[in-house]
Design a protein around this ligand. Structure first.
Ligand SMILES: O=P(O)(O)OC[C@H]1O[C@H](OP(=O)(O)OP(=O)(O)O)[C@H](O)[C@@H]1O
Ligand SMILES: O=c1cc[nH]c(=O)[nH]1
Ligand SMILES: [Mg+2]
Length: 210
């Protein structure tokens, strides 16, 4: 089974163009992240299990559906926060478990600074949210934390991925599906994705000059 799903869609291409454009304002950037996250959610949630829910329409009784499992959204701070709200709009019953990771500027290795996963009672399905999958180090560290927590089903959602990061992630976790809007050309010497969009966290939170 192919564990990498790349969204090929004209709307994805158009919203990605807004994200990539250096002249896009933080407000427009956040809006495009939201829109692309919804499209990613459509792809990544296709196999969620449902159970029957008897209801009555104004005309007659019928059997509807509701989600069966406990679902966790796991944004990687900071940039992953931008993807939470659109996911919650689609799955309002989700639990949100934050993981704080940043990349060490010198080594590009992830450093963990926040995790409050409880010792027991993991969710059934976790969607890890991070717009950028560059070297793959942050995604791998986050997924390892969820495996250690005992989550049986994990899916990784990114907006832009680099081929190098996909290769590392799939080597680390061949069983975990990655859903990405696009896979870009490569990483540059600073481990940034090119053509990419720059620093997603800074562009979402308007901290580019700090
Ligand atoms: O695949 P990797 O090489 O690990 O790089 C990707 C990570 O880098 C960015 O976070 P950053 O460290 O900039 O933190 P921020 O979201 O707080 O800006 C991005 O949001 C990912 O978490
Ligand atoms: O290109 C990149 C790589 C890591 N983190 C980002 O925000 N952008
Ligand atoms: Mg950043």
């Amino acid at each position: 089974m192919n564990k990498l799903v790349v969204l090929n869609h004209p709307l994805v291409d158009c919203h990605l163009t807004v994200l990539r454009n250096r002249n896009t304002s933080p407000a427009e950037f956040r809006q495009s992240v939201r829109r692309l996250s919804m499209l990613l959610a459509h792809s990544a949630t296709a196999e969620l299990s449902t159970t029957d829910l008897p209801i009555e329409t104004p005309l007659q009784p019928m059997t509807g559906k509701k989600l069966l499992n406990r679902i966790g959204l796991v944004p990687i701070l900071r940039a992953g926060i931008g993807m939470v709200e659109p996911m919650l709009d689609l799955i309002p019953t989700s639990e949100v478990w934050h993981l704080g990771l940043y990349r060490d500027e010198a080594t590009a290795k992830p450093v963990s600074y926040y995790s409050k996963l409880p010792e027991s009672s993991p969710v059934d399905v976790a969607f890890v949210l991070d717009p950028m999958l560059a070297t793959g180090g942050s995604a791998s560290m986050a997924c390892q934390a969820l495996i250690d927590w005992g989550v049986p089903s994990i899916k990784m959602l990114s907006i832009i991925a680099a081929p190098e990061g996909i290769a590392k992630f799939q080597n680390d976790f061949p069983q975990i599906e990655v859903h990405s809007c696009v896979v870009d050309e490569r990483l540059n010497d600073d481990s940034y994705i090119v053509p990419g969009l720059g620093d997603a966290g800074d562009r979402i939170f308007n901290t580019l000059h700090s």
